[in-house]
Structure formats: structure tokens, C-alpha cells
Write a protein that binds this ligand. Structure first.
Ligand code: C2O
Length: 463
């Protein structure tokens, strides 16, 4: 069954009142296994294709928006004319569902969230999706667009995805979206305070996750999850389809623009310092994913195949506002912890952090953070106000950062046991004026009691 009454009634109402094919709407999938494949053929780069730019979604020309609309119209039409075609809109959404915990029946394929497969799997998913869209309109030069929500001017969903606000004339629209024209993601979640620890991530595990699926990286657990949840509920109080649940997220065309930006951030990070390298572990490089391609062939692609996106995947990212890039390895100091959540910062470091120039960046890298059982949604990480709820500390220096966990379905939280996050301490240096102790708690944004934040290790990193 679909989630709560509100959504169900909404769906029924929408289908009844709009002149849209019912196949255009789908509730949460019960089972999201795709068509049964035969043996995969190995990926080969389509070097006959020129390398084309993916452009910023918020400033697309009318012609580029029209071309993308035509392609999504074809993708949606295919889901109606042949629901079993693995390339159609709903099958694409279900492919993502299958790799992130499955649908309501809990049957699922390999988990690609919560660890170091997150970035390469989504890069490959976008590549095959882009090729399918191109094929459906007979234009293989088509490239996806990216929603650069980290640009302060572009914190609203891109206009072409919002209006016209009906599916009949805008296949980029999604009626299962809370975000409408005029809504903007609050700056604190996607602005420089949140982004600088990502741009300045000293190594791949900090940015993109550790081996396995139990310790996702900073990009996944902060901005990535936050934007998902915000699209489904702009108040961030609940996790709603489509974007706010992993089993339905890729049914919204905005998913692909959101992940285009995640993918771009990874590539900008790679290019911004010689120390920003990807893992060299063969277990990562040789890890294989399978996808249906634009010709309905089941293709296997390795992580190492997606690392050179220009040569192998034939795209690059077009212009975007330049981030504050902080490069270099930085120095990292393991902090002493009392009761797993009270940190002691040595006096000399405390003095340095409170007096340093604002262009410097100091982060707290929290590793192996454990969430309360069944946790999902947005949690404020609070320092030195152990009893305060999230609303009480919002906008104060005590609100040190956040984590955002997108649940698998409306019935099941994500599988995260541990995760990592990097908190921007520079922006909160005032906290350290009085003492070198930081007591960290997790406060759910939806309200309720805060709990001590428990972590395996915390490092203070000076970039
Ligand atoms: Cu596979 Cu943004 O989630």
C-alpha cells in the first residue's frame, strides 16, 4: 500500500482530476525488481560521440529546456506504451529503488548508498539514463542538466522543472513534490558553511564514503540527503515521496538534475587539488554495476570505467559559480572524547581556531556516528546545549551542522548504522571562546528530545 492517507488521497485526487494517463503516477513500488536480464555485455565507450557539456538547470535556454522536455515526454510515454521496457520512466525509477533497499516488500539488489559505491554508481546511472533519453528522441548529443543548489542564487528548484506546473504540458514537472516556485532551500544547508567541508574534504572517504555500505561520506549524508528531503517536504519535517523516499526518488525528473550536481561536485573536487584522488583499491576500481542501455542491452560497467567521464562517458560540466576551494592535505588531530560525545580541544588549537582568519577552514570530522534505531530525516548537530531542541538552537553558533537521512521507503528507515560527517568549525569558532570542551548532541528537526551523539572517532582537521 502507498504511504499515509494524505498521499494516497492526493494521488487519487490527482488521477481523477487531471487529464493525464494514470500510468504517469505511481505509488511506492511493492516490488521494484526490473526485467530479468541475460548475461551482460561489457561497457565500451562511445568515442564517436563528441564530448558535450551538461549545463546548469536554472539557466537553461528555452531550446535546451524544450529538448529535455521532449525526451522526458518520450520516457514517460514509453512507460505507458510498454511498461515492461526497462528504459521507461517507471522502470528507471525502480532501478534506483532496487539498489537502495528495495520497495515495500524489502527485496533488493546490491546496496549502493551509505558507502564508497555511492558516487560511481550514480554517475553510471545518470550516464545510461542520459543515453536512453537521447535515443528516445534520436539525438545522442543530448546531455542532462544539473541543479547547482550550492549557488546561492539557485536554491529554488530550477524553473523549467516547476512551470508549467502540470504534467500534461511539462514532463519535467512532478505532482509529488512539495517544492514550488518561490521556495528556496535555506542557505545554512547548502551555502558555504555546509559546502566548504565538502570542497575541502582532504580525502575520498571524507567526501564519498568508506569501503562497504556502513559509512557514507559527507556529501551523501549532508547536502545530498537534505535536498532529497526538501523536495518532498520544504519544511523538512517529514520524508515524503517522490524525492524524500529512496524507493520513489528517481520517479521525479528533478532527481537527475540533483544528482548531476552531486556528480559535478565530485569532479570539481577531483580537479581542485593533486591530493584529491579517488581510491586506488582494486576492490573499488574493479567493482562492477549492471544497467540497461539505450538499446535494451544489459551492460556491465566498472567503477574504473566511470572515472574519466570525458573520455569514457562523453560529457563534462559547464560553467558554475566557483566554490571556495581549500586545497592541500591539511593537518588532522585525533580528539580525546569523554563518554563518546564530549570532545576536548587542546588549548593551543583552541586559541588558533578562535583567532584565525575567516579564509581558513577548520572542520570536525566525525567518523562512525551512530544514529538512534530507525532514524531518518534531518538532525541538527548541537554543541554545548545538551537539552535544547533543534528549533531553539536554529541560527545560533550552537547549531554546528546537520545530517540528513533519506529513508528507503515510507515504512523503513535507511540501513545506516554508522556514518561520517565533517562539520564546519570555523563558522562556529565563537563556541570555543569560553572553553575547549564540546558536548555534541543530535536534535531531530521534526522535534522531540535530543540524544548524545555517539561516534567512533572525531578528528579536528585544519585545512
Ligand atoms: Cu540513490 Cu540521491 O539517491
Amino acid at each position: 500500500m502507498p504511504s499515509g492517507h494524505t498521499r494516497r488521497n492526493f494521488l487519487l485526487r490527482s488521477v481523477a482530476s487531471a487529464s493525464i494517463a494514470p500510468g504517469m503516477f505511481a505509488a511506492e513500488p511493492q516490488n521494484c525488481a526490473g526485467p530479468i536480464p541475460s548475461a551482460p555485455v561489457p561497457f565500451t565507450p562511445d568515442t564517436a560521440q563528441p564530448i558535450q557539456q551538461r549545463l546548469p538547470a536554472s539557466t537553461l535556454s528555452n531550446a535546451d529546456a524544450a529538448r529535455l522536455r521532449k525526451a522526458y515526454a518520450a520516457l514517460r510515454a514509453l512507460a505507458v506504451s510498454d511498461p515492461s521496457d526497462p528504459r521507461g520512466w517507471l522502470q528507471q525509477g525502480n532501478k534506483h529503488c532496487w539498489q537502495c533497499g528495495g520497495g515495500l516488500d524489502g527485496q533488493a539488489g546490491e546496496e549502493i548508498h551509505g558507502g564508497w559505491l555511492f558516487l560511481p554508481w550514480h554517475r553510471a546511472f545518470l550516464y545510461f539514463h542520459e543515453r536512453i533519453l537521447g535515443k528516445l528522441i534520436g539525438d545522442m548529443s543530448l546531455r542532462l542538466a544539473y541543479w547547482d543548489w550550492d549557488n546561492s542564487q539557485h536554491r529554488g528548484a530550477p524553473p523549467a522543472w516547476l512551470s508549467p506546473n502540470n504534467l500534461a504540458s511539462n514532463p519535467l514537472f512532478d505532482p509529488n513534490r512539495s517544492a514550488v516556485a518561490g521556495n528556496q532551500i535555506p542557505l545554512q544547508y547548502v551555502g558555504p558553511t555546509a559546502m566548504n567541508p565538502i570542497w575541502g574534504a582532504p580525502d575520498f572517504p571524507t567526501l564519498g564514503g568508506q569501503p562497504g555500505d556502513q559509512d557514507g561520506g559527507n556529501i551523501e549524508n549532508t547536502v545530498h540527503g537534505l535536498v532529497h528531503i526538501w523536495c518532498g517536504d520544504t519544511t523538512l519535517q517529514s520524508q515524503k515521496a517522490d524525492m524524500g523516499l529512496l524507493d520513489t526518488a528517481a520517479q521525479d525528473p528533478l532527481f537527475f538534475a540533483h544528482h548531476g550536481n552531486i556528480d559535478r561536485i565530485w569532479s570539481v573536487w577531483n580537479g581542485s587539488s593533486s591530493s584529491h584522488t579517488n581510491p586506488s583499491d582494486p576492490n573499488w576500481l574493479n567493482h562492477t554495476f549492471n544497467f540497461w542501455d539505450e538499446n535494451k542491452r544489459w551492460v556491465s560497467i566498472k567503477v574504473s570505467d566511470v572515472l574519466n567521464m570525458e573520455q569514457n562517458l562523453r560529457y563534462r560540466y559547464g560553467p558554475a559559480a566557483s566554490p571556495l576551494l581549500l586545497t592541500g592535505p591539511g593537518s588532522s588531530l585525533k580528539l580525546a572524547m569523554e563518554a563518546q560525545h564530549i570532545l576536548a580541544i587542546p588549548e593551543d588549537v583552541r586559541k588558533r581556531v578562535t583567532s584565525q582568519a575567516p579564509s581558513k577552514l577548520t572542520t570536525l570530522r566525525v567518523e562512525g556516528l551512530t544514529l538512534p534505531a530507525g532514524a531518518s530525516g534531518v538532525y541538527t548537530i548541537v554543541a554545548n546545549k545538551p537539552q535544547a531542541n533543534a528549533a531553539a538552537v536554529a541560527g545560533t553558533p550552537n547549531a554546528l551542522g546537520y545530517i540528513a537521512i533519506v529513508p528507503k521507503t515510507s515504512k523503513a528507515a535507511h540501513m545506516h548504522n554508522n556514518l561520517s560527517v565533517a562539520l564546519n568549525l570555523t563558522a562556529h569558532a565563537d563556541l570555543l571562546k569560553e572553553s575547549g570542551k564540546l558536548e555534541l548532541t543530535l536534535a531531530p528537526l521534526a522535534g522531540g528530545a535530543s540524544t548524545p551523539l555517539s561516534a567512533r572517532n572525531v578528528y579536528l582537521v585544519e585545512h
